[in-house]
Design a protein around this ligand. Structure first.
Ligand SMILES: Nc1ncnc2c1ncn2[C@@H]1O[C@H](COP(=O)(O)OP(=O)(O)OP(=O)(O)O)[C@@H](O)[C@H]1O
Ligand SMILES: [Mg+2]
Length: 448
């Protein structure tokens, strides 16, 4: 199913905003509202939109300067201007400035919806050509769909991006996708792990040095920021840098130039910066470990990757992706599969190490299953007991399963526990009564 298109409606006239939004929602669009340029800019920064409807005559910054600002954030998003009576000239000017189309008030609802549909239809096609870059990121949950949208949108801009999320949620994968979908894709993508080096080493890595800058500096050496020229530098674990280094990075972002260690001559660099951290940078700021000015520079566009436990619907897909990877990598895994009960247990698990942990668990289980079907007993003991304990205390989720899979899962759980119903129920994350009811429903209560 196609997801609903998301529109942003910007107009200072409240009554107009509400009635138009109502109309658009009836047409099946998702609509967000903004009353002025400031709110519009904030909205575009926080979420990806498919189309922006914009009124020209607004207090504060007027429509024109808003277009410019919106173009900076949401580069590829079509903008449909709505102008009041007698402002055709400025509408023409708006088109020159980058609006894609305009309509005059009063709006004819039918014209409005057909223009919107047209604009949505002729969205840029370059993205579909390069979609490959996103295909490595598995996920169909709504929250991942909105991450894909954000990646696509921000890739078209030059904006600095901050990627946050727990360990193993795919921060580096997202950073690469942004680069691969961006106009810089044929220039270098240079990852720098800021937590794996001492401050001095990281400094010379990033900024380079000149000959004689320190003992051992026998020749000039460009830093990674220069190596990334024209491309993207990925500052991984930026939350682990020291305050002095943060100061130097801030200068790079502000001045777009670097100074090699031991040199006073600035070299200008054209790099796009993507930073990532698993830390809560606001907390780091409060603790005096992170510069707030650098944070604001980095946090221009934020992509927050959700932990796997908040999108457990993606687990079966990720399990399948992991199986597929193993099947094609080793011939002893050519017939690898995963039973419904095992999948169910994997889905109910908390995944503190997120996707990375999931890939590792599937691989180790595949080894224990000797390359055939992964059953519950092949899963790591800690995982099974973690899920079982949760089951006993009442499950947090009730995964929806197809009836034949559910029957199979129940049958396997009963076998697994020698038909000890309390344990089987815990394993399945259901109450004993529910288990009993389902056993009868599936005709599993007769066996002994
Ligand atoms: N949505 C996903 N689809 C497919 N593979 C994924 C996904 N998310 C993460 N992975 C895989 O999981 C592993 C960890 O991902 P990645 O290195 O991007 O995580 P990270 O957020 O940078 O983690 P850390 O904070 O520990 O560095 C990689 O092998 C990556 O390919
Ligand atoms: Mg990482």
């Amino acid at each position: 199913m196609q997801r609903r298109s998301r529109l942003l409606l910007v107009d200072d006239d409240r009554a107009f905003r509400l009635s138009t939004a109502e109309l658009l929602r009836q047409d099946g669009y998702e609509v967000a509202l903004a009353a002025d340029g400031q709110e519009a800019a904030e909205a575009v920064r926080d979420a990806a939109f498919d189309l922006i409807l914009l009124d020209l005559r607004m207090p504060g910054a007027d429509g024109m300067s808003v277009i410019e600002a919106l173009r900076r954030w949401g580069a590829g998003v079509p903008i449909l201007m709505i102008t009041g009576f007698g402002t055709i000239d400025s509408a023409v000017q708006a088109l020159k400035l980058g609006a894609d189309d305009f309509l005059t008030k009063p709006l004819d609802p039918e014209v409005l919806t057909s223009r919107i549909a047209e604009l949505l239809d002729r969205r840029p096609t370059v993205q579909t050509v390069k979609e490959e870059a996103l295909r490595g990121i598995v996920g169909r949950s709504p929250v991942m769909q909105s991450i894909f949208d954000a990646i696509r949108t921000v890739a078209q801009t030059e904006t600095t991006v901050l990627v946050t999320g727990e360990t193993g949620t795919g921060k580096e994968l997202a950073a690469r996708a942004i680069h691969d979908l961006s106009p810089r894709c044929d220039r270098p993508f240079v990852p720098v792990n800021c937590s794996s080096m001492t401050e001095t080493l990281l400094e010379t890595e990033l900024f380079g040095h000149v000959r004689g800058a320190f003992t051992g500096a026998v020749r000039d050496k460009p830093g990674l920021l220069e190596v990334a020229q024209g491309g993207t530098v990925f500052l991984d674990e930026i939350g682990d840098t020291t305050l002095p280094l943060q100061q130097r990075l801030l200068r790079v972002l502000q001045e777009r130039e670097v100074m090699r260690v031991g040199s006073v001559r600035p070299v200008s660099v054209d790099v796009r910066v993507i930073a990532a951290t698993h830390r809560d940078l606001r907390a780091e700021i409060d603790a005096g470990r992170f510069r707030d000015d650098l944070f604001y520079r980095l946090n221009v566009f934020r992509i927050e990757l959700p932990p796997l436990r908040l999108r457990d619907g993606d687990v079966p897909l990720l399990v399948e992706a992991a199986l597929e990877r193993l099947r094609s990598a080793h011939h002893q895994f050519a017939n690898l599969s995963c039973s419904p009960l095992a999948t169910r247990l994997l889905r109910a698990y908390d995944w503190p190490g997120n996707v990375r942990e999931l890939f590792a668990v599937v691989e180790s289980s595949a080894v224990r299953a000797a390359g055939s079907r992964i059953e519950a007993q092949h899963l790591p003991e800690e995982l099974r007991s973690a899920v079982e304990q949760r089951g006993a205390g009442g499950p947090r989720y009730r995964p929806k399963t197809k009836p034949q899979d559910e029957r199979e899962a129940i049958r396997a759980a009963l076998e697994e526990t020698n038909r000890a119903r309390t344990r089987a129920a815990a394993l399945l994350g259901m109450s004993r009564t529910t288990l009993w009811r389902k056993m009868k429903q599936y005709g599993l209560d007769e066996e002994t």
